[in-house]
Design a protein around this ligand. Sequence first.
Ligand SMILES: Cc1cc2nc3c(=O)[nH]c(=O)nc-3n(C[C@H](O)[C@H](O)[C@H](O)COP(=O)(O)OP(=O)(O)OC[C@H]3O[C@@H](n4cnc5c(N)ncnc54)[C@H](O)[C@@H]3O)c2cc1C
Length: 380
Amino acid sequence: MDFEFSEEHKMFQAMVRDFCAREIEPHAAEWDESEVFPYDLIKKMAGAGLCGVHFPEKYGGSGDEITFTIAAEEICRACAGIGVAYLVSLGLAMYPVVMHGSEEQKQHYIPRVIDGTIVAFALTEAMAGSDVAALETKYTRDGDHYILNGQKMFISNAAEADFVTTFATKDKSLGYRGISAFVVEKGTKGFSVGKLERKMGLHPASVAELIFDDCRVPAGNMLGEEGKGFRIALEGIDASRVSIAAQALGIARAAYDAAVAYAKERRQFGAELARLQAIQWMIADMATDIDAARLLTYRAAWQTMKDKHAPPKEAAMAKVFASEAAHRVCHKAVQIFGGYGYTRDFAVERYYRDQRITEIYEGTSEMQRWTIARQVLGVK
Ligand SMILES: Cc1cc2nc3c(=O)[nH]c(=O)nc-3n(C[C@H](O)[C@H](O)[C@H](O)COP(=O)(O)OP(=O)(O)OC[C@H]3O[C@@H](n4cnc5c(N)ncnc54)[C@H](O)[C@@H]3O)c2cc1C
């Protein structure tokens, strides 16, 4: 048993930390305030080799799932709003292509992401949130095209993405068996971005509706076999949950580092806060939560790499634990900062807001527990 990263992973971690300290962290508060997406940064990330990690070498990639998890953790520690754009582009939105795309589709789409193209994953609809099989976006065949009609909501990267992986049903009465997966390019007639959501956190990245109105996509844009879209979506989400666990871990570390530094510096009753047992216990619980979240997250990443697919139970355990641990850590960090922690002058306020979504998207905590319980109990 070995809890150490390999030398290559350590070197990658040092490189990405250095990149984040120079290019991301100093601007995170400004991007949070302006809510403007820094396109230049993604190009810099691609230039530094950060957008190829975990894609097969054959298509220009490098690294593995551990490398991707390290990148997700470090980028989200610096700015979770940039982190979500990054990990949806490389992970959630691209797993359907990497796992089920044809050779031609992989050759076409993977190098574009490695070069810094932003991608979205559009599954959720107004009546299909946790219950994804209830989706209503419809497709019909018309010669060598498919025609998509419907509306997606809460789509990360919706405004910035150059293409989107999405899901539609041939016939809702077929249930999950009617669902197929597609790639739709920005600029396709009948495809547009709808209302932008005003969110609590993750401000630099957009979340919006996507509208398909008689949107004609070439038949070659179907991903995987017809009728297998539900499985394709779930497999992608299972894998991607590990990167959301890494996102939560990154945010928790940022909050913890800030709280430890503040506790050593701030003086009340003639001594540093760090000398008060109440504060020490909070710090001890934060450190323990972070360690446990790290172990579960990297175990799930390691299993994904080893088995070539994400383990549903372990990915769900990592996601539910890391996101709820981040919740506890950010809550305590604001508490340690006292009134200052409630102001926008200190980053713990942003971490507190950014963390909250990790318990909701890519399956709520309740859905993760359902997944774990079904596997443990062997029930459907
Ligand atoms: C900022 C943001 C970014 C997002 N990005 C994307 C994206 O890129 N792509 C995408 O497709 N979607 C995205 N989503 C959608 C997100 O995945 C859904 O919001 C989430 O899956 C929950 O669905 P819902 O909001 O419809 O909640 P609902 O499904 O209506 O759930 C409401 C509550 O009921 C609980 N609940 C529901 N069913 C059960 C059950 N069977 N057992 C126990 N409890 C249950 C839930 O846990 C939750 O607490 C995003 C959402 C947000 C807010």
